[in-house]
Design a protein around this ligand. Sequence first.
Ligand SMILES: [Zn+2]
Length: 244
Amino acid sequence: MGAVSVFLFALLTAVATGLGAAPFAFAKHPTRRWLGASNAIAAGLMVAASFGLIYEGVNHGLFRTLAGALLGLAFIVLARRFLRQEEHPAVFASMSGLDARKALLIVGVMTVHSFTEGVGIGVSFGGSEALGLFISLALAVHNIPEGLAISLVLVPRGVGWGRAALWSVFSSLPQPLMAVPAFLFVEVFRELLPYGLGFAAGAMIWMIFSELVPDALEEASSNLVAVVVTLSVVAMVAFQILIR
Ligand SMILES: [Zn+2]
């Protein structure tokens, strides 16, 4: 299999992310009232997803995964400080102010974590064609709830479902972009993979507790938020095991 086919398979996994926005095609006028529950669902999906990344990384190297997680934490703390200091109010996807900053953070964090998944696709195609196809398919399915998590943050803040779908696909574009170099230079990227997986997990766990859970608690009771987070963690873990 050549680099072009690897690129196309990784591109298909990216497009699958857009399917996560599909439920919003049927809920035309979301209000801020369900922002609380939406953030809680997104938090639960991301808790399970980030631990999935850590366990995947640990299979390749414990120390490199943990070092990556610390780097991811440092990166996201600095990135947030930078966004706060920005003189002009953040404008993103036709939102402004606080909403735009939160939307930018979730799309940013999800985009960063896609880089390592692209490396994962490329490295597995480097292993064998069958493995590469399997990982691409698993990632395509895995991307759908991640597009859902992004849409759950964007749509209640006034972004249409079509644009939420496009931002979801955007967040996965690093997958085709990274799959090709990882496939061509598979040995180098195999070494770097655990750092990337840890990095993504560190940034995602920070994002959950700094942004999603506090937002959920503003709109809903702590009991409701905890119930919804728990249910979505359970659902996402079951989903991850089933697509393995
Ligand atoms: Zn992912």
